[in-house]
Design a binder for this molecule. Structure first.
Ligand SMILES: Nc1ncnc2c1ncn2[C@@H]1O[C@H](COP(=O)(O)OP(=O)(O)OP(=O)(O)O)[C@@H](O)[C@H]1O
Ligand SMILES: [Mg+2]
Length: 242
């Protein structure tokens, strides 16, 4: 059984059908990179996997359980499936430690006495333990995004979703965030990322999914997919990003 099973998922906003029957399997430990033109439905698909959007038809199962926006254990589900966005969404008035430990303490996942150690542990994984007492505004964009990733890690998720997490960063800060994600991949985290970083996609992804007009148009291993695109749409996408 795949960790994530997506079956013929459809999603419309008003009359705009954005996902037109998407099917995809994601195995445990896989690093899946979703690529495709603006508007092809990449973010919408991620948001459906995390139950931030309701699907109109078809089904998404994570760890065998059907994902629904009205599922009874939505809160626990969101702990198992972390999502990081382009905007870091850190609370500006809270320290890095408090940003990270707010949710684990509220949900009882960590006691107050263990919270600081938890923050230090996950900050260690993103190389920022020395910033535990800093406020977000005292950090660079790359550091803030690494804190946002650490905040997700504090919930010990089984799956992490990343939606263009490096797109808002100055070019010189992109590498440090990609490095953190690469380390997580090496440690076996199952990850689905939407990214324009084709170097990362080539080198780290176990599978690349090309979305086009609301469908999975092509998918495959990076080397094969980039070397041998089967459709004119993927060919033209690849040449547009070179
Ligand atoms: N909440 C919403 N309400 C209405 N329309 C939406 C909403 N979210 C997305 N859409 C529309 O759905 C389509 C797909 O959007 P989506 O954000 O999934 O694309 P994307 O592939 O992530 O694009 P990009 O590369 O620009 O981020 C777009 O036409 C968009 O305008
Ligand atoms: Mg998007």
């Amino acid at each position: 059984m795949a960790l994530v099973e997506i079956r013929d998922v459809r999603k419309s906003f008003g009359t705009n059908e954005v996902l037109k029957g998407v099917s995809l399997d994601i195995d445990e430990g896989e690093i899946v990179t979703i690529i495709g033109r603006s508007g092809s439905g990449k973010s919408t698909l991620l948001r459906c996997i995390n139950a931030l959007e309701r699907v109109d038809a078809g089904e998404i199962r994570v760890e065998g359980k059907t994902v629904r926006t009205d599922m009874r254990d939505l809160r626990q589900f969101r702990q198992r499936v972390g999502i990081v966005f382009q905007a870091f969404n850190l609370f500006p008035h809270l320290t890095v430690e408090k940003n990270i430990t707010l949710a684990p303490v509220l949900t009882g996942k960590a006691s107050k006495s263990k919270a600081r150690q938890l923050a230090l542990d996950v900050l260690e994984r993103v190389g920022l333990a020395e910033k535990v007492d800093a406020y977000p505004e005292q950090l660079s964009g790359g550091q803030q995004q690494r804190v946002a990733i650490a905040r997700c890690l504090a919930m010990a998720p089984h799956l992490m979703l990343f939606d263009e997490v490096t797109s808002a960063l100055d070019p010189e800060l992109v590498g440090e965030v990609l490095k953190v994600m690469e380390d997580m991949a090496k440690q076996g985290m199952t990850m689905v990322l939407v990214t324009h970083e084709m170097g990362f996609a080539r080198n780290v992804a176990s599978k690349i999914v090309f979305m086009h007009q609301g469908k999975v148009w092509e998918q495959g291993k990076p080397a094969e997919l980039f070397a041998n695109p089967q459709t004119p749409e993927l060919k033209s996408f690849i040449s547009s990003i070179k």
